[in-house]
Design a protein around this ligand. Structure first.
Ligand code: ZN
Length: 194
């Protein structure tokens, strides 16, 4: 079993390399691919946004076989395939004892959801499912002073971490650390906020 605190340190050290422009590109070799061919033992799960500017393997400077990655708009959580996929990783893989929920500055999904919810105007098609999933974060942020979108980004991370901590299946797993961070677009740094 991987120590969850050591796993978090490993992720954040990789993030500092990314922020400083000193990527090591570990585990991106043919040898690594062949090593992984029969099995995998990722050390963390990152649940983050679909935003093209925030690819987890790159911003944490990790390689093949290192991370489980689940991405939805605004890291919106559901009670179906997304939650099932999150549960699957630590349940099936003892190596994975860290879940990081990662939001980011200037999130387009959160900005769009805030617009839709403040206007009372539903989004088109299944985008509305994302908007609905982000409603609790909107309602939390709407009552706070300061920038609505930034507050909503942070609220969405906190509420998602809280929901995962309250998940009965995840609560059964010994040594599982569930934490949340916020990524800065210019700095490239992940700040742990919960
Ligand atoms: Zn986003």
């Amino acid at each position: 079993m991987t120590d969850s605190r050591a796993a978090l340190r490993r992720l954040l050290e990789g993030n500092r390399r990314w922020a400083a422009g000193r990527l090591e590109h570990q585990n991106q070799t043919v040898a690594r691919r062949l090593q992984l061919a029969p099995r995998q033992d990722p050390f963390a799960l990152v649940f983050s946004c679909i935003d093209s500017r925030v690819p987890p393997e790159i911003i944490f400077d990790q390689g093949a076989g290192d991370l489980f990655v689940i991405r939805t708009g605004g890291q919106a959580l559901d009670e179906l395939a997304v939650l099932g996929s999150i549960e699957f990783c630590p349940v099936e893989f003892e190596s994975c004892r860290l879940i990081v929920v990662l939001g980011h500055e200037r999130c387009g999904a959160i900005t769009a959801a805030a617009g839709s919810l403040s206007d009372g105007r539903p989004a088109r098609g299944h985008i509305q499912a994302v908007v609905q999933a982000l409603r609790p974060a909107y309602e939390t942020a709407a009552g706070q002073p300061g920038d609505l979108i930034e507050n909503m980004v942070r609220a969405q991370v906190r509420l998602t971490v809280q929901a995962l901590k309250e998940n009965s299946r995840l609560a059964e797993i010994d040594g599982l650390l569930i934490t949340g961070g916020r990524y800065g677009m210019e700095s490239g740094l992940v700040e742990i906020i919960v």
